[in-house]
Design a protein around this ligand. Structure first.
Ligand code: OSB
Ligand code: MG
Length: 369
């Protein structure tokens, strides 16, 4: 496929409710939507950078710069027949994995559509439905959290993840376990603690949690190995895993027993599949994380999560958990068995609603060969 045209859009979408984590409060989500056109096919991708460098060091502005000045000029006008070709063209540029993943995902969609296969098939997916849960932000009080979780359980989510932060941790877990003794429950600290906080996590060992996500620093692997040795509950790394090499280091050092995979964080679907396969070979389960994507990114996430070693429920919730109206059709809905259906149509398998995309676009730039 000859890449004839690429368009990037900075989008801003209002969340249905504020999302608070140890990193701060978000009331809307800013991302970059990438569109690639070539040989009559159109591919869409979502670059999951945020406004501020809180979760990742990348931002909307850094990704815009790297896409516009380095990654897009590398592929524009070229003939790309496999995603590997595009990855090779960008490989000399270091870091900026979310920017790379945004472009890579649009190319995957375009190439899969050109071949008339679903992205799930193209990535090696084996399942028609994937198990999902919901990620619940910090609430004002433990009572408010219990109420919010109750609502999500009512909607059919069978796995709950809650955000924790220093001083807002064990009391939340206690309150939830009292009300819901049997639910699948896990916590995410987003790097808010230090090794000296070991007692907080030791206390969590009594509450039958599925896992503790990213308790320590966002690039650390070594201290997590020291913490994991002192806990019964599995540690799951999110922020610390940027590459297959990081995953290898983390498993060799026994820093975690589970890995969260987000294509944006690791530079795309190709690296995600490599991490998935490596973890499978070591009997380490993986699950699909989320970055509050619109339906464009979500469609790709569901396709990736259809690979066989994504055995734990993902942070892939229904469109309406995030946005009043999604920018795709059909929007993503939760099945009654707490799963999401994997699209089977070519590529990411959804239609982008151009009028809605237009309404959430705050800046747009077009590149032609
Ligand atoms: O740490 O998993 C995280 C959202 C933004 C940045 C980081 C994280 C999250 C979530 C939300 O937990 C997951 C979702 O998209 O539902
Ligand atoms: Mg996380």
């Amino acid at each position: 496929m000859r890449i004839e045209r690429i368009e990037i859009r900075h989008t801003k979408m209002e969340l249905v409710s504020a999302f608070e984590t140890s990193m701060g409060v978000e009331t809307y989500e800013e991302h970059i939507i990438v569109r690639v056109d070539g040989d009559g096919a159109t591919g869409w991708g979502e670059c999951v950078v945020e406004e501020a460098p809180l979760y990742s060091s990348e931002t909307v502005q850094t990704a815009w710069h790297v896409l516009r000045d380095f990654l897009i000029p590398g592929v524009l006008g070229r003939k790309i027949s496999r995603v590997d070709d595009a990855i090779a063209l960008g490989a000399k540029f270091r870091g900026h994995r979310m920017a790379k993943a945004g472009l890579e995902s649009a190319l995957w969609d375009a190439l899969a559509k050109a071949k008339s296969v679903s992205l799930s098939k193209m990535l090696g997916g084996t399942r028609e439905r994937v198990p999902v849960g919901v990620s619940v932000g910090l609430q004002a009080t433990p009572e408010a959290l219990v109420k919010k979780v109750g609502q999500y359980l009512e909607e059919g989510y069978r796995r709950i993840k809650i955000k924790i932060a220093p001083g807002r941790d064990i009391a939340l877990v206690k309150a939830l376990r009292k009300e819901f003794p049997k639910i699948l429950l896990q916590v995410d600290a987003n790097s808010a603690y230090e090794l000296s906080d070991v007692d907080v996590f030791r206390a969590m060992d009594d509450y039958d949690l599925l896992l503790i996500e990213q308790p320590l620093s966002y690039e650390d692997i070594y201290d997590h190995s020291k913490l994991q040795r002192k806990l019964k509950t599995p540690i799951c790394l999110d922020e610390s895993i940027h590459t297959l090499a990081d995953a290898r280091a983390a498993l060799e050092l026994e820093s975690c027993r589970v890995i969260n995979i987000k294509p944006g964080r690791v530079g795309g679907f190709m690296e995600s599949v490599a991490i998935h396969d490596y973890c499978a070979s070591r009997n380490i389960p993986v699950w699909h994380g989320g970055m509050l994507e619109s339906g464009i990114g979500r469609a790709g996430n569901v396709a990736l999560a259809s690979l066989p070693n994504f055995t734990l429920p993902g942070d892939i919730s229904a469109s309406k958990r995030y946005y009043k109206e999604d920018i795709v059709e059909p929007e993503f809905v939760l099945n009654s068995d707490s799963t999401m259906t994997v699209p089977t149509r070519p590529g990411i398998g959804i239609e982008v609603l151009m009028d809605r995309l237009e309404r959430v676009t705050v800046r747009r730039e077009e590149f032609k060969s």
